[in-house]
Design a protein around this ligand. Structure first.
Ligand code: ZN
Ligand code: ZN
Length: 345
């Protein structure tokens, strides 16, 4: 808070509260001053808050009514109070503004906590490794249970079932299973389409384990792929490998995006790549930095990111290949162990 010249900061984003305190409940506010941190939550979390904050020594206060009301009297001696302007609702902001002590003011914190979260600690990296391992195992287990005629939803359910059996808390996002022309929708939700006959099948999946996310996309082909599909797959794979190659401390986030885009342009697929090349991940599936055009963030050792170029052709289908990787002191460590050969079933 010192460089921001703040007396205190109010943290209201649950994921940032979890990052700072270890508390993982669904209702909380955190007040941080120069001398102490106070976690406010409600009676449902009495036992959990005490247990989860035991390590950090943060004081957990159980509020009977609204957390904002419990917070107000604690602000009385503070002047410059930071708040998460990109996370707080208008209603909460109004309440805070109305109840501030005289001469006190709210100052936007921006994304300072999100910036800190980009570089992972050893413990966080261990959790991400475990999450990635479980995710890849779940994919392998689900493949052995694949049956022609299953629907996209059936296969997504099989994948998520395997995740849980292997120790995941839950999927880190709604699993994407998209067949044939539906694979051209980068965020397709699985539907009743039968996985039968010949065609490209895109699977994008991730788990949460120990609170930390993993993320992987692989493509499967039912039956023998045609020449067009094979060359589309090879182009995206070449782009993904170029993206991985570009990952190093000192590179900028947009460098990774341009490395993948350059390859796809060479294959005439520039217009088919309609999203950015990847994203940070950790306590959230999408966090800073975004690996996209104009993103100047400099990569540093300890950042966990995805590299996931894709090419989508309306009416035909799409290919995306995605790994979870770690920026290391020397370059990159690809955490995802799953092979990138096109799986033929
Ligand atoms: Zn993904
Ligand atoms: Zn992703």
């Amino acid at each position: 808070m010192a460089p921001l010249e703040l007396d205190a900061a109010i943290v209201s984003s649950l994921v940032n509260i979890r990052y700072l305190t270890g508390f993982s409940g669904s209702n909380a506010l955190l007040l941080v001053t120069h001398t102490e941190a106070t976690l406010l939550t409600d009676p449902r979390y009495t036992i959990q808050a005490k247990a989860e904050t035991a390590e950090t020594g943060i004081k957990a206060v159980i509020a009977k009514g609204s957390l904002e009301e419990a917070l107000t009297p604690r602000l009385s001696k503070l002047r410059r109070i930071g708040f998460e302007n990109n996370r707080v609702s208008y209603r909460t902001w109004e309440h805070l503004q109305r109840n501030l002590p005289l001469n006190a003011g709210l100052r936007p914190l921006g994304g300072v906590i999100e910036q800190r979260r980009m570089v992972k600690s050893a413990g966080e990296i261990a959790a991400i490794r475990e999450s990635v391992r479980i995710n890849s195992q779940a994919f392998a287990a689900a493949l052995t249970r694949f049956r022609a005629g299953m629907s996209e939803t059936d296969f997504a359910a099989e994948i998520e079932h395997q995740m849980r059996l292997l120790g995941a808390e839950k999927p880190s996002f709604d699993t994407i299973v998209a067949f044939r022309e539906r694979s051209a929708l980068p965020h397709a939700s699985p539907g009743c389409t039968r996985l039968d006959g010949n065609g490209l099948l895109l699977v994008d999946m991730g788990t949460f384990r120990g609170g930390y996310a993993s993320d992987m996309t692989r493509c499967i082909h039912l039956g023998k792929p045609g020449a067009k599909t094979r060359s589309l797959y090879r182009a995206v794979l070449e782009a993904q490998l170029a993206g991985l190659d570009a990952v190093a401390p000192g590179a900028s986030a947009e460098d990774i995006d341009s490395a993948t885009r350059r390859v796809l342009r060479k294959h005439g697929l520039a217009k088919a790549f309609i999203h950015s090349a990847g994203h940070g991940l950790g306590l959230e599936i999408h966090e800073a930095p975004r690996l996209g055009r104009g993103e100047k963030t400099i990569l540093r050792a300890g950042m966990a990111i995805t590299v996931e170029p894709g090419a989508y052709i309306e009416g035909a289908g799409g290919v995306r290949i995605e790994d979870t990787v770690l920026v290391t002191a020397n370059g990159v460590e690809v955490l995802t162990p799953t092979s990138k050969e096109l799986v033929i079933l």
